[in-house]
Design a protein around this ligand. Structure first.
Ligand SMILES: NC(=O)c1ccc[n+]([C@@H]2O[C@H](COP(=O)([O-])OP(=O)(O)OC[C@H]3O[C@@H](n4cnc5c(N)ncnc54)[C@H](O)[C@@H]3O)[C@@H](O)[C@H]2O)c1
Length: 444
């Protein structure tokens, strides 16, 4: 391919933010060590340390070859607390940073874990890839459709290992569910019914704006998102209820659960058709922009994925708060992260069940396995369990449903080739985020 047509990152966050690293605009300049051999240490850095990011770092540190060499957070309180934990429990003293760009200048880092809110994922991931680092990025892969596309292209260009935090792909229970559905044990798949009913989805009680807490670099927390006064409801943890930073319960749980539906047929495309009903039944009582009630359908070639989101309630079908029912002609397979049951249909003519019953009740969270898979893939260069294409497909389903809710369009048609909606200009305007200066959307 001629040089001028090569796909490359033309501008980076580093280039735009005045760190004097303009040389990094076209090619990775710092580079990490070459892929470490199986026996060698893997040095990791965590960017975004408070909740999930730190959990994922802990899973990394439970592997003997991993060393934490850097921690970065815009909140000094979080940073110091997590540094003390790493010192106490792992006897390690990572360098501490408040600016992720400085982290990426540290040469001995092999891999970066991104545990920030969603609106930061794209910029930090692309910049980390440019710096030659492998990346474990939390889900949803990004907060918009355009960012997902950029991240897939960047991962392919820089050829580093990227694992998206859709850990269910690495766990025994969902692997078993996938195997049972794919092998035809429930007969021909007709529907995948998904639901997520969580109390937290309503958002917290409304509180007034306040001064920025001591030790917090709030402008750096906002980053590419619009400037707003500090309000704790839009900050740690509860940012996920506001469009600038997240996609609500719909994408928070949606990417995990939708991913399981897409996996049954290894679908990597965005949905061509989306049908959505959305409502905010809690009105203005809670601090939230995202809808508290949504009913979504994604018709696929020969089956349909349905997704019900209900914030503020915790009971759901099959007496499960959240879950998936794979409905086949011969049986329905129902599961969440702890249990998996196959309920056969009864054949009235043959007077016997059409499928075998199956029950597994020892499922558990699979972050540890997902991290192990990431580390193995850094060494083997094999495709990880949840590569960017998988992260993009799940995020796209979530984002398109949210765009339908935001525009009031109950039916959206997506043209995957042209990366546009064919029936709504209002929806098209939500594909690409507007980054607040000096931050710029990376271009691939
Ligand atoms: N895989 C899972 O099961 C799972 C579960 C929960 C959350 N998540 C994902 O993890 C991510 C983080 O969620 P959370 O609940 O931990 O959020 P959180 O608000 O608790 O923590 C985010 C941290 O990132 C820091 N941060 C923000 N901007 C930063 C920047 N520019 N540089 C450095 N640090 C920055 C914040 O100060 C905070 O400490 C989200 O993408 C979320 O969707 C995944």
């Amino acid at each position: 391919m001629p040089t001028n047509r090569r796909t490359f990152i033309r501008q980076s966050a580093l280039a735009t933010a005045g760190t004097g690293l303009l040389g990094s605009m076209t090619t990775p300049v710092w580079g990490s060590r070459t892929n470490p051999p199986a026996s060698e240490k893997i040095n990791v850095a965590l960017i975004g340390c408070r909740n999930m990011g730190f959990g994922i770092l802990k899973h990394h540190l439970s592997n003997p070859e991993v060393k934490c060499v850097a921690l970065c957070d815009i909140d000094e309180n979080v940073l110091n607390e997590k540094a003390a934990d790493v010192k106490k429990n792992h006897n390690q003293s990572p360098k501490l940073y408040r600016d992720f760009r400085k982290v990426l200048e540290q040469k001995d880092i092999d891999a970066v874990i991104i545990g920030t809110p969603d609106h930061w994922h794209c910029l930090i991931m692309v910049t980390a890839l440019q710096a030659g680092k492998h990346v474990y990025v939390e889900k949803p892969m990004a907060n918009t459709i355009a960012e997902c596309d950029i991240m897939v292209k960047a991962a392919n260009y820089y050829k580093k290992t990227v694992q998206v935090g859709q850990q269910q792909r690495s766990g025994f229970l969902f692997q078993k569910a996938n195997e049972l559905v794919k092998s035809g044990k429930i007969g021909k798949l007709r529907k995948v019914n998904i639901w997520a009913n969580f109390e937290y989805g309503t958002g917290p009680a409304i509180v007034p704006d306040e001064p920025v807490p001591a030790g917090v670099d709030y402008d750096m927390w906002l980053g590419p998102a619009p400037k707003r006064p500090y309000n704790k409801n839009r900050f740690h943890g509860s940012w996920r209820h506001f469009w600038d930073y997240g996609g609500g319960l719909q994408s928070d749980w949606g990417v995990h659960l939708l991913d399981m539906g897409l996996w049954t047929k290894d679908i990597l495309q965005a949905p061509p058709k989306t049908l959505v009903y959305a409502a905010n039944t809690y009105g203005q009582e809670r601090a939230r922009e995202t809808p508290d009630s949504m009913t979504i359908s994604f018709p696929k070639e020969d089956f349909v994925i349905n997704y019900e989101v209900t914030a503020g309630l915790q009971r759901g079908p099959w007496d499960m708060t959240y879950g998936i029912a794979f409905v086949g002609n011969d049986a329905t397979l129902v599961c969440d992260r702890s249990k998996l049951m196959v309920y056969p249909e009864w054949d009235n003519n043959a007077r016997k069940a059409r499928a075998e019953e199956y029950k597994f009740t020892e499922g558990k969270e699979s972050h540890g396995e997902h991290v192990r898979n990431f580390l193995d893939c850094i060494k083997s260069r094999n495709r990880p369990a949840s590569p960017p294409e998988v992260g993009r497909a799940a995020a796209m389903h979530a984002h398109i449903a949210n765009i339908a809710a935001r525009t009031g369009e109950s039916f959206l048609l997506w043209d995957e080739e042209n990366r546009r909606f064919t029936n709504s200009e209002a929806a098209n305007r939500l594909i690409t985020p507007e980054y607040r200066a000096p931050w710029k959307l990376p271009v691939v």
